[in-house]
Structures are given as structure tokens and as C-alpha cells.
Design a protein around this ligand. Sequence first.
Ligand code: NAG
Ligand code: NAG
Ligand code: NAG
Length: 390
Amino acid sequence: MIIDSMKRTMADARATVFVAAVLLSVISGINGSSAPAASRCNFPAIYNFGDSNSDTGAISAAFWPIPPPYGVTYFRKPSGRHSDGRLIIDFIAERLRLPLLSSYLDSIGTDFRHGANFATAGSPIRRQNETIMDGVSPFSLDIQTSQFAQFKDRTTELHRHAARYCDTMTLPNPKEFSRALYTLDIGQNDLVVGFRKLTMPQIKAQIPDIINQFAAAVVNLYQKGSRAFWIHNTGPIGCLPGTRMYFRSKQPGLFDSHGCIRGHNAIALEFNRQLKARVALLRAHLRHASLVYVDIYSAKYHLISNAKVYGFDDPMKICCGHHKDNVHVWCGQRVRINGTEVVGTACSAPRTCISWDGVHYSEAANEWIATRILNGSYSDPPLPISNACS
Ligand SMILES: *[C@@H]1O[C@H](CO)[C@@H](O)[C@H](O)[C@H]1NC(C)=O
Ligand SMILES: *[C@@H]1O[C@H](CO)[C@@H](O)[C@H](O)[C@H]1NC(C)=O
Ligand SMILES: *[C@@H]1O[C@H](CO)[C@@H](O)[C@H](O)[C@H]1NC(C)=O
């Protein structure tokens, strides 16, 4: 989804299926308000792996900056995030009383003392035969874990020779890697690329390999000493209004009662079923690890199906962008159409929207989801994030 910029500008919207990122979810401690969460595990750092649902600046640093009005609600300027404000990973960091994560790929003003973020918008689990111009990030999950390995090794090396280097000040203490929280939220883009190129049965047939590669990444991190894992499943991608608006078919049963594309959600649910089973296997196999599986799908779907109850507008509304009469200008883009400039601007009340740009959730939705998942009510085992090390 990410690379809206160019692609969208060309406005051949129709063919486009965006690669979106998956969200991260979080869970965390106890009852939102009262509970100091840094409790039991006392995580000194967070290392995150994922896609646009948890990218805090990688794509902006590596390719093109995400334009305004992204970031307008919270940061008041673009912050490298695909939202009007904070992402679930930001709410996780806040809950654990840690600073918001810098992106590993960002070379300006970063601080990695309390972790690093390897997520990049458009990242899949498996390497794809596509480029950033298709909206797919080259930093697939295996590359992200390899970047983490390099980060860890070089940090350790620098500390050994600390006297000769000053920049260890913005790096973590190597002793803390094994006590950190490792969060993963990825898989959505593998499915979205599939929707673009394959039939449903073909996508389904690929899920086992996608899950195998996910598991390989977790094992890889475990072998590097990671112990506490917080794993988000994939969201209800059939409910993304930015995809849904290209489906106008009257075909009965295409949409569910909330307007979500049933077939896409069915694939997400199948992916999640296999992911959950694999996490259970990993739990048996990685004896010194704690693996918490978080059902982001259910949290998001609950929000979408009860939008009004929680004070949100129609979940199919897109806050930022211009989508009218077959003219689609994505959030933050400007396009000249028949001599007139059309701008993808934001709605007046982003806080009432679930979807910020058609693919990514608003800060208000992210906060709602984070509040629900952080206390363990969507996790298996039902641990709040503050206790995800046991
Ligand atoms: C990419 O293309 C190669 C060669 O055609 C193929 O073996 C591989 O499975 C493809 N990868 C994906 C993710 O489609
Ligand atoms: C642009 O102008 C052409 C020719 O007048 C017209 O057919 C087309 O619908 C216009 N496009 C939009 C998006 O208004
Ligand atoms: C978690 O928080 C939500 C929202 O505040 C609440 O509805 C739910 O009951 C809580 N669950 C647990 C296990 O504390």
C-alpha cells in the first residue's frame, strides 16, 4: 500500500490492489488506565518486524517521504507512518514505557537504546518477484531478521571497543537483547499480492509455504537469543475500503453484512488458522521462548462490526483521499485531471474514521485496537503484553 505515491498518481487505480501492511497489534498490561505495565517482564527494548501497519519511518527514509496530511492528528507533520497519528506499535511502546521506535533504515536522528524497528511498508513474509514500484518492499521478513542479526552483532562489537567509539550512546546494551520483546506483524502483503495475481485456490495452496517462512524467521531470531515473542495475526483485509471500492459486483454473497469482501476475509482467516497452529508448534519446540499469539483479526473485525457503538462513522468511509465518480486520488497525492488539480485531502474529523486512507487505520482506530489487545483479551495464552515473557 505504501507506495501510493507514484502508482496512485498514475491513477490507474482500477488495476491496483494495494499491498498494505499488516498491523501490529499489541497487547498489554492490565486495565488501561490504572496499570503500570512495565511490570513483570520489565522489557528494556522492543524489536519489531512487519509491514506498513508498524513501519515508523523506514520507507520514508529509504525511498520517498510520506507526504502530508499523514501524521496530522498526532505528530502534526508526516512521521513516516501510514496513518494520521500513532500506530499500534507506538501504543505498545507507550504501554511499556519505552520511547517510540526508530526505524533501522533511518540514518537521521535515530536512537536505538530501547529497540529498533525493522518493519517497512509493503513488506511480505516471502520474497516477491515485484519491486517497490509495484508497492512491494524489498525488505521481506528474512531480510528484516538478517538486518536484526547485523544490528545485534555490530552493536556487540562496538561495545567491546567502546572506548574507541562515541556512538554507542544511541545503541542498546548488548546484555539487553535477550530480555527484549520481539513483535511481529506481517503476512497481509503476501495475501494481497496473491489477490492481484492468483485465484483463491492458488493463494490458499501457498499459505503453508508462507507460514513455513514465517516460522523460519522466528526460529532464526530464537537462535540469535530472542526469547519473548508477541505475534499478531493478519487483519480482516476484506474490510479495507480502499480495496472494496473496486468491487461493485452485484454477485450475491460477495460482501458480508458489514460490506467486507467475504473471499478475502476467508483467506485471511485460513492464514490465521495455520499461523496459530504453527505458533503452538513453535512453543513446544523452542523451549526457552514465550510466544504470544494475538488475534488482531478479531479485534479489528469487532470494531468494524460495532463501529457506531464505539463512536465511529461508517467503517467503509475513507478519511483521506479523493474518491468520486471513478476518480481516485490517494491521500496526500495531487493529480491533474482534465486541467483541474485534484488533491487527496483529509476529512475534517479523522478521529471518527476507522480507515485513514483506505488501507491503513486511523490513529483513533489504532488506539482502540491497542487498548483491547494490550491487556491480553485477544491473546493466546491470555497474557497482557507486560507479562509476555513468562
Ligand atoms: C518468483 O519467481 C521464481 C522464478 O519464476 C519462482 O520460482 C518463485 O516461486 C517466485 N516467487 C514468488 C513469491 O512468487
Ligand atoms: C476528462 O475529459 C474527457 C473528455 O471531455 C471526458 O471523457 C472524461 O470523462 C473527463 N474525465 C474526468 C475524470 O472528468
Ligand atoms: C481489556 O480491556 C478492554 C477494554 O478496556 C475490556 O473491555 C476487557 O474486559 C479487558 N480485558 C481484560 C482481560 O482485562
